[in-house]
Design a protein around this ligand. Structure first.
Ligand SMILES: NC(=O)c1ccc[n+]([C@@H]2O[C@H](COP(=O)([O-])OP(=O)(O)OC[C@H]3O[C@@H](n4cnc5c(N)ncnc54)[C@H](O)[C@@H]3O)[C@@H](O)[C@H]2O)c1
Length: 382
């Protein structure tokens, strides 16, 4: 490839850091792009995690244990940062102030205060491109739903249901990790962990939750601590948020759910939109399939199921009949971020800091609703 090389540093060489390494390593999968990420530096507080990169990626020139050293590295144009939530504020603010473009992991701060500090740093450094990771809207089925919304097919919106459900925490023997602890994952619990995935499309469509009635639950009280004992699980496992949403002059119910414990759901992300003229649904449970139902007054109400072609925002070498998966969505998200760094209008924009901020506004209101048992307004104006 003879196009622009974007030199990346990865801070946080865990689960998601390795996904980016894999996406960068198979960039030839994409067709028609003239930019390419190159991972030149990595950083993890645990040198063993960074070693995985050094051993596999010949492009890595430096491995650091202190992220400030990576930020001082002139061979780094942009940073992917995937660290636990209590570190977002300090690291994201320093990355932005260092003038490095940032693809940060959600939720963009452990709480609303941390998110405000990150937003302030973004506003003070307008030359830095900042986006949040959120890959599921890049599935071809989700992209089909995006097209239908943009074409205003739905008529009056009756109701929206969106969610992101996991199930591995159903196993009480699963050892505790940082996502179950208040100090590292924050009071939002599963909302901070899973919520922006659920909100990315509704907020992109301009559907604002005006208020929320939240039902948050803690299901497994303690887990093995990995040292022979048990440790308390401090964070919310599941969240069901019943919102009144606004889209222009329309008002409609929007049900958003984020679940660590949804029996049988490994990584199910879905959105279902019901409208007076058209309804549609996509779920990663059936990643090839989109359900839809056009409706004319007095006509038949018959849902249709179609296998969508393997075609997402960025063209690839994969034939249209083949299946799209999680790692493909990560590759697409990276193409969109690099496309913007290269100065282009992306085929589909990664989640923006304003969308991440919108999710914080909702989660903060949801915590208030849970405390009072009532309906909490979502504050959209400062
Ligand atoms: N987009 C997605 O689908 C998705 C999936 C899982 C997690 N995430 C997000 O990714 C982020 C990280 O989650 P993960 O599952 O990869 O976690 P992880 O625990 O697998 O990895 C985090 C890494 O950060 C390192 N780290 C901790 N403190 C550090 C510091 N001060 N400097 C440098 N490195 C440090 C840890 O040693 C670890 O290797 C979180 O924000 C999480 O919400 C996103």
């Amino acid at each position: 490839m003879s196009g622009r090389i974007i030199r990346f540093g990865v801070i946080g060489c865990g689960l998601m850091g390795r996904e980016f390494a894999s996406a960068a390593a198979r960039w030839c999968h994409l067709t028609g792009v003239d930019f390419e990420p190159r991972i030149t530096a990595v950083c993890d507080a645990n040198p063993e995690a960074a070693r995985w990169f050094v051993d596999r990626l010949p492009t890595v020139e430096h491995a650091y244990t202190d992220y400030k050293e990576l930020l001082a590295d002139d061979n780094v144009d942009a940073v992917y940062c995937a660290v636990p939530h209590h570190l977002h504020e300090g690291l994201y603010v320093d990355i932005i102030r260092a003038g490095k473009h940032l693809l940060g992991e959600k939720p963009f701060g452990i709480d609303r205060k941390a998110n405000v500090a990150i937003q302030d740093a973004i506003r003070a450094n307008p030359g830095v491109l900042v986006r949040s990771s959120s890959e599921f809207p890049f599935f071809p089925g989700a992209q089909q739903i995006v097209r239908w919304v943009n074409e205003e097919r739905f008529g009056r919106i009756i109701e929206v249901n969106a969610g992101f459900w996991h199930s591995s925490d159903l196993d009480p023997n699963k050892p505790i990790n940082w996502k179950r602890r208040l100090a590292s994952n924050g009071e939002y619990g599963c909302m901070g962990d899973l919520g922006l995935h659920v909100l990315h499309l509704p907020l992109r469509f301009g559907w604002k939750p005006l208020n929320v009635r939240a039902l948050l639950s803690k299901i497994v009280p303690e887990r093995p601590d990995g040292k022979g004992g048990m440790a308390a699980c401090e964070t919310w496992d599941n969240a069901s948020l019943a919102c009144e949403a606004a889209a222009g002059s329309q008002r409609f119910p929007m049900h958003l759910s984020m679940k660590r414990i949804a029996p049988g759901h490994a990584n199910t992300w879905f959105i279902r939109i019901e409208g007076t003229k058209f309804s549609a649904e996509f779920s990663t449970k059936n990643p090839k399939q989109v359900l839809y139902m056009p409706y004319e007054p007095g006509g038949e109400q018959a849902w249709r199921a179609v296998d969508v072609p393997c075609r997402s925002a960025y063209e690839t070498i994969t034939g249209g009949i083949f299946e799209f998966g999680f790692s493909d969505s990560i590759l697409q998200m990276w193409a969109a971020f690099c496309d913007e760094i290269a100065g282009n209008e992306p085929a589909f924009r990664c989640a923006t800091p304003d969308e991440a901020e919108g999710s914080h506004r909702l989660f903060t209101a949801a915590l208030e609703s849970q405390r009072t048992g009532g309906t909490a307004a979502v504050e959209w104006e400062e």
